[in-house]
Design a protein around this ligand. Structure first.
Ligand SMILES: [Zn+2]
Length: 318
C-alpha cells in the first residue's frame, strides 16, 4: 500500500496536538499532550510516542505515512526546516527538519503556526474554496497568515503576516512587546480589552466595577458580556477595539484585495456582536470595490486548524 496519509503536528507553548490526516483533508484520529519543559529532545521523544500510539490505534504503520508537517510558534527558516528561536519553549538554533527526518525516516516540513492555521481554514474551514485569504487570530496576542494564490505568502525572510504589529494608534498608544507603541495587538487583543476594561473599572461608573470588586480582575469576556448588556463604558471600549481592528484589516485588504478574511481566536467567540462592528469599521476604511469583494467570517476549525494545515504541508510538497 502506498503512503497516503500524513501526520500533522501543532506545537504550542502548553500543548502538542497531533493528528493523522488523509490527502482529502480528513482527520482520522488525533491526540494531545502537554509540551515537555526542557530540551527539544524531550519534545521529539513525545512526538515519537504520540505518533506510535496514533498509528497503532488507526491500524496503520509508518509505511502509510508520506511525511510529517509541524506548525511552530517562532522564528524559522522554512525552506531549510531550521528553527532560529521559539521564545515560549526556550528553543534556539535547532535543525528540526534534519532531526525529525532522522527520527521518523520520512520527509518532514515546518512552518509558522499562524500559517498552518491559515492553511487549515483554507483547506477545510471558513476559507474553503478561497485562494486569496487573510487569516487573523485575535486571542492573548494577534497572529496572522496570508494566503495568496492558494499558497502561503512567506515574504523574503519568513516574517510576513505579522499583522499584530501593524500600527493602528500613531500617537500615545500602549507599549507593545516589540518595543513600539499602538500596535494592533496592544489595542485589540484579548489582553488589550482586559486592560482597557480594568482601567475603566478603576476610573469610571460601569458594571465592570462590580466585577472587579467580586473577582479581583477583569477579562476580555467580562467587557464583551457587559457590552452585550449595554453597559455604556464596555460598549465604548468594544466599539473602539472593533474600529482599530476594522481599520487594520482594511489597510491589509486595500493592498491584497482578499476574497475572505477569517477571524479566529478567543475574542471572535463574541460572534456577530463583535464581527458586525468589525465589518462596519472595515467598510469605512476599505475601498468600496474591496469591501464588496470580501467576506469577513469567523474561523470554523478552532484547535484543529493548525494540525490540518501542518498535515497539508506534506501533500503540498510531495
Ligand atoms: Zn508590536
Amino acid at each position: 500500500m502506498s503512503a497516503s496519509y500524513s501526520l500533522g503536528i501543532d506545537l504550542g507553548g502548553t500543548a502538542i496536538k497531533m493528528g493523522i490526516c488523509s490527502s482529502d483533508g480528513r482527520i482520522l484520529r488525533h491526540t494531545e499532550r502537554p509540551t515537555p519543559k526542557g530540551s527539544y529532545k524531550l519534545t521529539l521523544q513525545t512526538f515519537k510516542q504520540m505518533a506510535e500510539e496514533l498509528l497503532q490505534d488507526s491500524q496503520l504503520t509508518m509505511e502509510d505515512i508520506a511525511g510529517i508537517g509541524t506548525g511552530l510558534p517562532g522564528f524559522l527558516d522554512i525552506n531549510k526546516g531550521y528553527v532560529f528561536e521559539l521564545v515560549n519553549l526556550g528553543w534556539k538554533e535547532i535543525p528540526l527538519k534534519e532531526k525529525m527526518e532522522e527520527l521518523f525516516g520520512v520527509p518532514c516540513f515546518i512552518d509558522n503556526d499562524a500559517n498552518t492555521a491559515a492553511i487549515g481554514e483554507m483547506w477545510q474551514g471558513a476559507g474553503r474554496g478561497a485562494k486569496e485569504l487573510v487569516c487573523i487570530t485575535v486571542g492573548t496576542g494577534i497572529g496572522g497568515g496570508l494566503i495568496l494564490g492558494g499558497q502561503i505568502y512567506h515574504g523574503v525572510s519568513g516574517m510576513s503576516g505579522e499583522v499584530g504589529h501593524m500600527t493602528v494608534v500613531r500617537r500615545d498608544g500602549r507599549l507593545c512587546n516589540c518595543g513600539r507603541k499602538g500596535c494592533l495587538e496592544t489595542e485589540t487583543s484579548a489582553t488589550a480589552i482586559a486592560y482597557y476594561g480594568s482601567k475603566a473599572a478603576a476610573e469610571e461608573e460601569t458594571t465592570l466595577k462590580e466585577i472587579l470588586r467580586d473577582k479581583g480582575h477583569i477579562t476580555a469576556k467580562d467587557v464583551i458580556d457587559c457590552a452585550k448588556e449595554e453597559d455604556e463604558v464596555s460598549l465604548r471600549i468594544l466599539n473602539q477595539v472593533c474600529e482599530h481592528l476594522g481599520f487594520g484589516l482594511a489597510q491589509i485588504a486595500n493592498i491584497l484585495n482578499p476574497e475572505k478574511i477569517v477571524i479566529g481566536g478567543g475574542v471572535s467567540r463574541a460572534g456577530e456582536f463583535f464581527l458586525a462592528r468589525v465589518r462596519n469599521a472595515f467598510s469605512q476604511f476599505a475601498l468600496k470595490k474591496i469591501n464588496e469583494a470580501v467576506a469577513i467570517v469567523p474561523a470554523e476549525l478552532g484547535n484543529e486548524a493548525g494540525l490540518l494545515g501542518a498535515a497539508w504541508l506534506v501533500f503540498e510538497k510531495k
